[in-house]
Design a protein around this ligand. Structure first.
Ligand SMILES: Nc1ncnc2c1ncn2[C@@H]1O[C@H](COP(=O)(O)OP(=O)(O)O)[C@@H](O)[C@H]1O
Ligand SMILES: [Mg+2]
Length: 261
């Protein structure tokens, strides 16, 4: 469903700041795969997402989504097929617009000049109620008034309202307090499962990496150093995962935010 063939990306080539961020990386995702990604600082995780989302074109290699070659498709076109969440909850929704206006834009039913119908509102209310954050009673309030966790949950709803072909989650719970992070993660799980959305999720939580989804990738130095799924993955502990990293990368996992417990 997503095929990356030998993609590479070097920043500032030929200068003192040259940085090979992705080096000859290949990856194939099955439809409905929910893949967790873990790796050291600067391993290239966010760069991989930027390459998939089209924030820049890769220097070499090709990207296919659902059989279609999107290697040189501009970001705004890919955005229609991909949902994306970042660590920063302030990205992804418009603070000056109300909750229902944001949802209407995400649903494609609320262009700047079109009205939000009563049926839209009912649907939004139902979906907001599922978040269990009381947002269904605040639909006419500007999004800027929400807490980080509420806003991230809303962004998740917006990103999946029209189920995307691919969902990219880049440490989307890392900036939230533990209880809220847990809640946003629960919502993530149920939304992804309900719509069978093919998902890539970067996390620094080793337990999350093993518990969520059906496959785990470890990245280092711009490539995948360990890739596990199925029974082998089910049997893995966090310690095993660290050992696998050591084998694959030839060093200890170095991430100052990594969570082992
Ligand atoms: N726009 C950019 N310009 C220059 N260097 C970059 C840019 N984006 C990322 N890098 C570098 O590429 C490497 C990979 O970064 P990144 O993908 O953000 O790592 P991760 O998300 O795994 O922590 C890092 O060394 C980073 O400094
Ligand atoms: Mg990153």
């Amino acid at each position: 469903m997503l095929t990356l063939s030998h993609i590479s990306k070097t920043f500032n080539p030929g200068t003192v700041n040259e940085k090979k961020a992705i080096t000859d990386l290949s990856l194939y995702l099955e439809p409905g795969d929910f893949v967790t990604i873990i790796g050291s600082n600067g391993a290239g995780k966010s760069t991989l997402f930027n390459a998939i989302a089209g924030s820049f074109y890769t220097d070499s290699g090709s990207i296919l989504l659902d059989g279609k070659d999107i290697t040189f498709q501009p970001e705004f076109r890919r955005a229609k097929m991909m949902g994306r969440l970042f660590q920063d909850p302030m990205r992804g929704s418009a603070p000056g617009m109300t909750i229902e206006e944001n949802l209407a834009l995400a649903a494609g039913s609320g262009g700047w000049f079109s009205r939000i119908t009563r049926r839209d509102k009912e649907r939004f209310r139902e979906q907001l109620a599922l978040l269990d954050m009381g947002l269904e009673d605040r639909m006419r309030q500007p999004v800027g008034l929400l807490s980080g966790g509420q806003r991230q949950a809303l962004t998740l709803l917006m990103a999946t309202m029209v189920p995307p072909k691919l969902l990219l989650l880049d440490e989307h719970t890392a900036a939230l307090d533990p209880a809220t992070a847990e809640k946003v993660l629960e919502i993530t799980k149920s939304v992804v499962e309900e719509h069978h959305i093919t998902t890539l999720m970067v996390t620094h939580n080793m337990h999350q990496a093993l518990e969520l989804g059906n496959r785990t990738l470890m990245m280092d130095g711009g490539n995948i150093v360990f890739d596990v799924a199925g029974e082998e993955r089910d049997a893995l502990t966090v310690d095993d995962l660290l050992a696998k990293f050591r084998q694959g990368a030839g060093k200890e996992l170095d991430n100052d935010r990594i969570l082992l417990s």
